[in-house]
Design a protein. Structure first.
Length: 426
């Protein structure tokens, strides 16, 4: 083979770092769940050029995957995380999720224009760890320790494959209730005063040159987008009274909001349903962790969904390194009264609709990116695992740093007498 032909073959194979084109696939005998509250049905899925070309029966394809009647679903929502903007939580140089400026209660710096997606690293070791568990996309959050404002900054949705960056509109993260009191004069009442002033600045009621102005020109432009419906405000809030005030504030200012936490959201479920406000709950919370969460109960998700509230899931303990545990939260919600279909929607269409990215992720439909998972069993059962993970039509290896370390240290010990080097040299 000539050198030119060899180079061409290597490029097509992706050996030299250029990804090969997605192959056509045919997934047969799938117990397909399209997403949302759709019930499972038997179908074949034809994938061409990385897109879903057809759903039905009687297709032919060059590369066939026989699902053997197993669950096939869209790649799941990995939660609200710092995947790609955090590697090691205890090593500050690897954490880009928060903006630490100003002093609490003294000189707060409010910068809503701060956008964590600009630091997203598609080569993060956390991505293959969670993708191998069937998680296909995440909402990057802004916030974390050291922030001196209740307005934490912006995040966005990223697919856990490729390097296209964030997709869809941005989300603005704010912290309310007792969790944000330290950044607002130690009073939750002051939080609404601050938010109202920020809107007054955007609307021109407070001049940018005023000594009382809190926003930069970029900050005013950023908040103006949310007032115009070009994004959603994600509010971390637990107490029912604070949720009621958030609903009043959002209605008065025509701002789209979502709730992260909502331990007492079940108390105001009818109001949340009427306002069509999505709630991201931790379905493992069984006991109050502070005075804002005295009404915590395990059937919170079930009560909200029964009232018609769009419910999804989140957790805040190692949420980036173990985002795959979101499946456990959904399964736990089912164990405490939530319909399976509603819990599955919480991992697919509910977060996709909340973020305005339903045309890209969260469901299986013709023309959409072929982000699919074949499961060994019920995807909401922690005893089930992802058997195949397909992203943009590519059947990806289920390899990660964790699996490589496992394989290294479960292999037989090297034999120095045979000239084998220690494992550290692998």
């Amino acid at each position: 083979m000539s050198r030119r032909l060899l180079l061409t073959a290597l490029l097509l194979a992706g050996v030299l770092g250029v990804p090969a084109a997605a192959q056509d696939l045919l997934i047969r005998n799938a117990k397909l769940v399209l997403g949302g509250t759709a019930t499972a049905r038997t179908a074949d899925i034809l994938v061409r050029n990385g897109k879903i070309a057809a759903i039905g029966n009687g297709f032919s394809g060059a590369n066939v995957i026989d699902a053997q009647g197993k669950f096939v679903t869209p790649a799941l929502f990995a939660g609200i995380t710092d995947i790609g903007v955090e590697e090691v939580s205890g090593e500050r140089s690897t954490v880009d999720a928060s903006l630490s400026m100003g002093q609490r209660n003294v000189n707060p710096i409010i910068r809503p224009e701060f956008d964590v997606t600009l630091a997203y690293n598609p080569d993060s070791v956390l991505i293959p760890v969670n993708r191998a568990e069937g998680m296909g996309w995440s909402l990057l959050s802004a916030g974390g320790g050291g922030v001196s404002s209740i307005v934490l900054g912006q995040g966005g949705v990223v697919r856990l494959h490729g390097d296209e960056g964030a997709i869809g509109p941005r989300a603005l993260f704010v912290e309310l209730g007792s969790a944000g009191a330290g950044e607002s004069g130690n009073s939750r009442a002051a939080q609404w005063m601050v938010l109202d002033q920020l809107l007054d600045e955007v609307r021109g009621r407070i001049a940018p040159t005023s000594q009382f102005a809190l926003l930069t020109p970029a900050g005013r432009d950023t908040l103006r987008k949310y007032l115009n419906g070009q994004g959603r405000v994600f509010a971390s809030v637990q107490r029912a009274s604070d949720i009621r005030q958030l609903l009043r504030w959002s209605a008065a200012n025509k701002v789209k909001v979502a709730i992260v936490g909502g331990d007492e959201a079940w108390k105001v479920a009818p109001q949340l349903a009427a306002a069509k406000v999505p709630v991201f709950v931790n379905a493992l919370n069984a006991l109050p962790s502070n005075f804002d969460s005295l009404g915590t109960r395990l059937d919170n998700a079930a009560l909200l969904a029964k009232a018609g509230v769009p419910v999804s899931f989140y957790f805040d303990d190692m949420q980036s390194h173990m985002a795959y545990k979101l499946r456990q939260l959904a399964g736990n919600a089912v164990a405490n009264g939530m319909r399976w279909e509603d819990a599955f929607a919480g991992l697919t269409t509910v977060p996709a609709d909340a973020m305005g990215v339903a045309s890209r992720v969260g469901s299986v439909a013709v023309g959409r990116d072929a982000d699919l998972v074949v499961w060994t069993g019920d995807p909401l059962d922690v005893a089930s695992v992802a058997e195949r993970v397909i992203m943009s039509g590519k059947d990806l290896p289920l390899r990660s740093r964790q699996s490589e370390l496992r394989d290294r240290y479960t292999a037989p010990l090297p034999d120095p007498a045979a000239g084998q080097l220690p494992r550290a040299y692998d």
